[in-house]
Design a protein around this ligand. Structure first.
Ligand code: F6R
Length: 241
């Protein structure tokens, strides 16, 4: 793993945006794997700046998102589709039909998951996957468990994830209890991965991801086996390493 230690959230966001922008410039028709949550918001803001100020061109870029809550439509302002539209897609020149987020309202979950994998394969796989890190070591919504899930699937969210994400909802009861997520296998297929980590709340998970035993109990530890991972983490996140 390549490790880039930065001072704070702003520096992490800038560095991450530089890597994504370089990918887009080097391969304009690249496939980006994208994440939601608090962590990548600053990175998306920097990418929008580069689009506005330097003409960073997203017109040929394709995107696939890691996950979506079960039961939320793309119009729901808590859905990850809404998040992506708001923070990136509606602010740059990407074609909406080049963007993919799992459908939270899919009638047939199994079919939807199989099709999501097929669509990713049809795009030729992900060139650069952006990941955040859950305080419990999850990546995407691959929660701690007794085995690594291979492909896109529907998952029960753990109480710790529901607690961590309730800040985005009016009340804890409003947090969906299930999500669709790319599997660990889908994530590991990406040619390059960057992991963004900020804040003391992630310190334990970061230490385990970097130096812990590889175990599905801390899903991010699997990244130790990928050949091209760059971790960009700030000083607070490094406090337990
Ligand atoms: C989001 C995702 C999650 C988050 C993680 C960290 O698409 O896949 O794994 O990256 O829960 O969330 P934040 O950034 O809100 O701390």
């Amino acid at each position: 793993m390549r490790i880039i230690k930065v001072k704070n959230y702003e520096e992490m966001s800038k560095k991450a945006a530089e890597i994504v922008a370089a990918q887009v410039i080097l391969k304009p028709e690249c496939v980006l794997g994208l994440a939601t949550g608090s962590t990548p918001i600053g990175m998306y803001d920097r990418l929008v700046e580069r689009y506005e100020q330097e003409g960073l061109d997203f017109s040929e870029v394709r995107t696939v998102n890691l996950d979506e809550y079960v039961g939320l439509s793309g119009e729901n302002d808590q859905s990850y589709r809404f998040f992506m539209n708001q923070h990136l897609f509606h602010r740059v020149n990407i074609a909406m039909d080049h963007t993919m987020v799992p459908d939270g309202l899919a009638a047939d979950a199994e079919k939807a998951c199989t099709e999501y994998e097929e669509k990713m394969d049809a795009l030729g796989g992900v060139d650069l996957q952006v990941l955040g890190l859950g305080p419990n070591g999850h990546i995407g919504f691959n929660e701690p468990g007794d085995h690594f899930e291979k492909s896109t699937h529907r998952v029960d969210l753990t109480d710790s994830t529901i607690q961590a994400n309730k800040r985005f909802f009016a009340s804890e009861d409003d947090v969906p209890k299930q999500a669709y997520t790319m599997g660990i296998g889908s994530i590991m297929k990406a040619r390059k991965i960057i992991v963004l980590v900020s804040g003391a709340g992630k310190a334990d998970a970061l230490a385990k991801m970097l130096h812990g035993k590889i175990t599905p109990k801390v899903p991010a530890t699997i990244l130790q086996l990928h050949s091209d991972v760059t971790v960009i983490a700030d000083e607070d996140a490094f406090s337990a390493v």
